[in-house]
Ligand binder design. Structure first.
Ligand code: DC
Length: 223
């Protein structure tokens, strides 16, 4: 599949278990773009802060801990991985019940979000450095805050029963609606569907159809 000449950014946002990761990975594989999962960034920060004994509160303990955290990137195939203080957290560690339970509370804190803002924006430089033609970034505020100027902006949604069934299939305990309430209700960078985003119902379309749809949008924009 062709893509526009020049570098493209695809922003994919949506609530918990709406299929963002599978979609973003599929699109990245098809287009040869770098895939960046910003949920994993918040999960890695949460795991690191919990390990440092920090509570999800905006206080000096949090500020001091954030100052000690150094972020770098490793690229594995087409996937960008966050390296936090020299270590790449394992996928299973990022989905532990204690991380699931605390991640939305940490993600609601402005200092946590601002410590990731420049890092996330800098992922375009990582993709360019690896000579990749673009970037697919998934999260909650990619189209609204991180890349409001993205070339393509999508917002995924699905009914709650589909989302609960998805997590159950993955063998996971997750507080989907509680996390969505916290993510949508927070003051800083809440989960919203940007006006310019295209909404996709992932309960009505299967994964292959969603990936095809996004890749076709990119192909049709090609000169
Ligand atoms: O996509 P996920 O379920 O792995 O995300 C974990 C949490 O991280 C989610 O509850 C909210 C937060 N998050 C965020 O606030 N902003 C992002 N861009 C990505 C995730």
């Amino acid at each position: 599949m062709s893509h526009p000449t020049g570098f493209s950014v695809i922003a994919i946002d949506g609530g918990a278990a709406t299929g963002k990761s599978s979609t973003a990975r599929g699109v990245a594989d098809r287009l040869g773009f770098l895939h960046v999962d910003t949920g994993a960034h918040y999960r890695a920060m949460t795991a690191a802060l919990l390990k440092m004994g920090v509570q999800p509160l905006e206080n000096t303990a949090l500020a001091e801990a954030l100052e000690q955290i150094k972020l770098e990137t490793a690229v594995d195939g087409l996937h960008a991985k966050l390296i936090i203080n020299g270590k790449t957290p394992k996928g299973t560690d990022l989905r532990l019940p204690e991380v699931n339970a605390a991640v939305s509370a940490f993600a609601a804190l402005a200092p946590v979000r601002s410590s990731l803002f420049a890092y996330q924006r800098s992922q375009t430089a990582v993709a360019r450095h690896h000579k990749l033609p673009g970037l697919v970034m998934e999260g909650r505020d990619i189209g609204s805050v991180i890349f409001p100027d993205a070339n393509f902006t999508f917002f995924l949604f699905a009914d709650e029963s589909t989302r609960i069934a998805r997590r159950a299939q993955e063998g996971q305990t997750d507080q989907i609606s509680e996390r969505d309430k916290m993510d949508s209700g927070r003051k800083t960078a809440p989960l919203i569907c940007p006006d310019h985003a295209e909404r996709i119902d992932t309960g009505a379309l299967d994964l292959a159809a969603v990936i095809n749809h996004i890749c076709e949008r990119v192909a049709h924009a090609a000169p």
